[in-house]
Ligand binder design. Structure first.
Ligand SMILES: Cc1cc2nc3c(=O)[nH]c(=O)nc-3n(C[C@H](O)[C@H](O)[C@H](O)COP(=O)(O)OP(=O)(O)OC[C@H]3O[C@@H](n4cnc5c(N)ncnc54)[C@H](O)[C@@H]3O)c2cc1C
Length: 391
């Protein structure tokens, strides 16, 4: 139900995470007047988009659409490296290793097959070849593959750089917090009011607080992130180590190579997470999380078994029940479009998110949007993101 687009619109984007900043930039590029509202700073310390690194992977099991979307996103990251004048996307490749031989139906097996089917060249690595090529991995891992495409993006720095570019292109940034959104109108917590033709609500995990109709279909889940001190950075650096997923559907564990800027190794868990209120609840990492991390490190990377944890964070997903993004007009309020639902896997699509959301705004036919449309998700709806650990 796109607004009749005979003229450029005056658009208010609530939220300056990756959904908000990329859509603001693209809408501005298409000639609309755009204001972004965020309490700031951008990137906001509590935003999901804020971190030293996020995984960029094509691997989505047998889900061809997400793989196709990342195939189109990666050249965008490469172009941004050039345009932003510094490499924020690091194409060091990915490894997906398992403790059992890969088998049909597994995330790793289906990802491997889909990569081959789409003309990519992953390399299967088995048995002692894993330890020979990637010596940090323990012998508990017996099968899997390395794929040279993909790696990680410095997400927080990317958001800062894109916001700067957006500002230079004429996007207006207003510091403040939305208390309520109505069609074409945003009321701030300090009683200021912003008006326009359209409000794009891209407030991440806070979105259901502003659009209550979404509450039954989205939840806020907090996930632990750890930064580890590395005694032997070379062992965890290319070409002997890269962005990884370790039996991810079975354990949730994934991580990154040694980060020379931050001098740490980041390890995190893509699992069920803890349900929490985005504003009211503490975002703590508990002793039990540390115990699970220690057990994983001892099993997977003996050289990190007793590495010092120098930083932790519980970062919050905007989890839709089916784990697909939510990009569509409100069915009952035409002046509101929702762009959210990253469900722990949205950052890697950054270069194509802006055009995707702008297409939704303008009613441009984009086949990828079908799965992100407003939908009626009932309790018990199964999550569908292929790499997610659910137990
Ligand atoms: C622990 C963790 C690990 C992840 N790892 C990966 C990964 O490896 N690869 C990957 O692809 N994706 C990953 N993701 C997912 C990815 O980070 C998210 O999908 C994405 O960042 C979501 O962006 P967003 O713009 O929707 O939300 P956010 O980045 O959270 O931004 C929302 C913004 O809205 C603002 N806001 C909130 N309420 C208001 C209000 N009332 N008024 C105004 N502004 C408001 C906030 O200040 C914030 O800046 C991960 C996420 C987490 C939490």
């Amino acid at each position: 139900m796109a607004l009749g687009l005979l003229k450029p619109l005056n658009i208010i984007v609530v939220g300056a995470g990756v959904f908000g900043v990329t859509s603001a930039r693209e809408l501005r590029r298409r000639g609309h007047a755009v204001t972004v509202l965020d309490p700031g700073p951008v990137p906001h310390p509590l935003a999901a988009s804020t971190d030293i690194s996020k995984v960029v992977r094509m691997e989505y099991g047998d889900d061809e659409q997400y793989m196709e979307m990342v195939e189109q996103a990666i050249p965008g990251f490469v172009a941004w490296n050039r345009d932003l004048g510094r490499p924020l996307y690091h194409e060091g490749g990915v490894t997906m290793f398992t403790r059992q031989p890969m088998a049909p139906g597994d995330f790793e097996y289906e990802s491997f097959q889909m990569l081959l089917a789409r003309g990519h060249e992953p390399t299967r690595v088995q048995g002692t070849e894993i330890q020979r090529r990637f010596p940090a991995w323990s012998e508990a891992y017996v099968d899997g593959f390395h794929h040279a495409r993909g790696g990680y993006v410095e997400s927080g720095r990317l958001i800062a750089a894109l916001a700067q570019k957006a500002g230079a292109a004429g996007v207006r940034f207003v510091e403040g917090k939305a208390a309520g959104v109505r069609e074409g109108r945003v009321t701030l917590t300090d009683s200021r009011v912003l008006t326009g033709d359209l409000v794009v609500v891209a407030a991440g995990t806070w979105t259901p607080l502003l659009v209550p109709e979404l509450r039954p279909m989205m939840r806020s889940t907090g996930h632990p992130v750890f930064h580890l001190e590395a005694r032997d950075p070379d062992l965890f650096s290319a070409p002997r180590f890269c962005t990884f997923m370790a039996d991810v559907t079975g354990t949730g564990w994934y991580g990154f190579p040694y980060n020379p800027k931050e001098r740490v190794i980041k390890v995190a868990n893509h699992g069920v997470g803890l349900s929490l209120h985005p504003d009211r609840d503490a975002r703590e990492v508990y002793p039990d999380d540390h115990a699970q991390l220690r057990a994983f490190l001892a099993m997977a990377f003996p050289a990190l078994a007793d590495a010092r944890v120098v930083y932790t964070r519980r970062c919050v997903y905007c989890d839709t029940l089916d784990e697909h993004f939510w990009i569509d007009y409100h069915p009952a309020k035409p002046g509101i479009l929702v762009a959210t639902g990253g469900s722990g896997h949205g950052m890697k699509f950054a270069p194509i998110l802006g055009p995707l959301i702008a297409d939704a705004v303008e009613g441009v036919d984009n086949p990828w949007l079908e799965r992100f449309k407003w939908r009626d998700l009932r309790p018990g709806t199964a999550g569908q993101e292929a790499a997610r650990h659910r137990s």
